[in-house]
Write a protein that binds this ligand. Structure first.
Ligand SMILES: NC(=O)c1ccc[n+]([C@@H]2O[C@H](COP(=O)([O-])OP(=O)(O)OC[C@H]3O[C@@H](n4cnc5c(N)ncnc54)[C@H](OP(=O)(O)O)[C@@H]3O)[C@@H](O)[C@H]2O)c1
Length: 309
């Protein structure tokens, strides 16, 4: 759990709120039955009770239902969380005007007048990066979002977005990319360094490698479902020394779980992880990654053990 004496330490965007360096991912919210929705609601409540107020969503998650659920949870709870959501630049969506229109629809689903952060979900489309971020700037000017970000942008794409926004006097607050002990590209392709240089927060999605980095899967008990495709027995065997080290390190910190070590590692690297949580137990476990820190030696040891290719 979070340590209230330590307090939230990260500012999201220039005039943004102070938050804990973690958000809750809601990619899988909105699928399933009523019981599934109740479980997501419990995750929402646990996060807010612990002071973790940031939630990541997107217009495409469960075809808008992730945003709708967040909207209804906020209304029931009587508090507005810190929401970041995303514009999907499908090839058939031309120009910049559609970005403000799409954000208005997201706001309707969320029951809000303004989000804290609006992002371009990915850069691969027929529309230029400049046109996409111009749409983001329009959304700021219209008062529909406090801050703006991008997602899945490589260093040169992020630099272009940053420079173009800077010319309009708007800082680029975030770049949301895949980053975990098993997905180290931001460290090797210069993105993490560029984020530090440009004062852009690197938001780490998939920080638990969709559950692989919680240690719950083993060669004897691999995951079923779509994860199974990249969860072959040989991969699971190669993963075990890393998981053993994570468990050992977690025990040395008073019984932290493997997943908490995975999330704390992303924070140690200067990123803001947004682990997906499907229920209260997962949210509580993930929030246990806050309020303590891996040592530099432990981070170096994990770096080395994660080179398993
Ligand atoms: N910008 C983008 O393109 C992009 C892409 C992907 C994701 N995202 C965002 O990033 C968020 C996180 O990524 P992700 O959900 O793909 O992957 P993740 O955070 O690495 O893994 C989340 C999954 O791991 C399992 N899990 C979570 N906490 C656990 C715990 N404490 N113990 C055991 N299992 C646990 C849950 O699945 P099971 O219960 O089924 O095992 C959960 O759905 C998403 O929700 C979304 O908001 C953004």
């Amino acid at each position: 759990m979070t340590n209230p004496e330590e307090g939230p330490t990260l500012q999201l965007g220039p005039d943004g709120p102070q938050i804990w360096p973690m958000g809750i991912g809601t990619r899988f919210w909105g699928y399933g039955d009523e019981e599934a929705d109740l479980n997501r609601r419990a995750a929402f409540d646990v996060a807010l009770a612990a002071g973790v107020t940031l939630f990541d969503t997107a217009e495409i998650y469960a075809f808008g239902k992730s945003e709708r659920l967040l909207g209804s949870f906020m209304q029931d709870h009587g508090s507005s969380a810190v929401i970041m959501t995303k514009y999907a630049p499908f090839p058939w969506r031309f120009g910049r005007k559609g970005i403000v229109t799409a954000l208005r629809r997201s706001l309707e689903r969320l029951g809000l007048k303004q989000v804290h952060l609006y992002m371009i979900h990915w850069p691969y489309t027929l529309t230029s990066i400049e046109t996409l971020v111009e749409g983001l700037a329009d959304a700021v000017d219209a008062g529909l979002t406090k801050a703006v970000g991008v997602s899945n942008f490589n260093p040169s794409q992020m630099q272009r977005a940053h420079d173009f926004l800077a010319a309009r006097g708007i800082p680029l607050a975030t770049n949301q990319v895949a980053f975990s002990l098993l997905k180290r590209d931001p460290e090797t392709n210069g993105l993490l360094d560029l984020c530090r240089q440009l004062n852009v927060t690197l938001v780490a999605y998939g920080p638990l490698a969709t559950g692989l980095l919680t240690g719950k899967y083993t060669p004897e008990h691999p995951s079923s479902g779509f994860l199974g495709l990249r969860n072959r027995k040989s991969d699971m065997i190669r993963l075990q020394p890393l998981i053993r080290l994570m468990r050992e390190i977690g025990e040395g910190h008073g019984g932290k779980t493997v997943g908490q070590v995975a999330l704390n590692w992303t924070i140690a690297k200067g990123a803001l992880p947004i682990p997906g949580a499907k229920n209260a137990r997962q949210a509580e476990d993930n929030i246990g990654a806050l309020g303590w820190s891996l040592t530099d030696e432990e981070v170096a040891g994990l770096d080395a053990a994660a080179q398993i290719d």
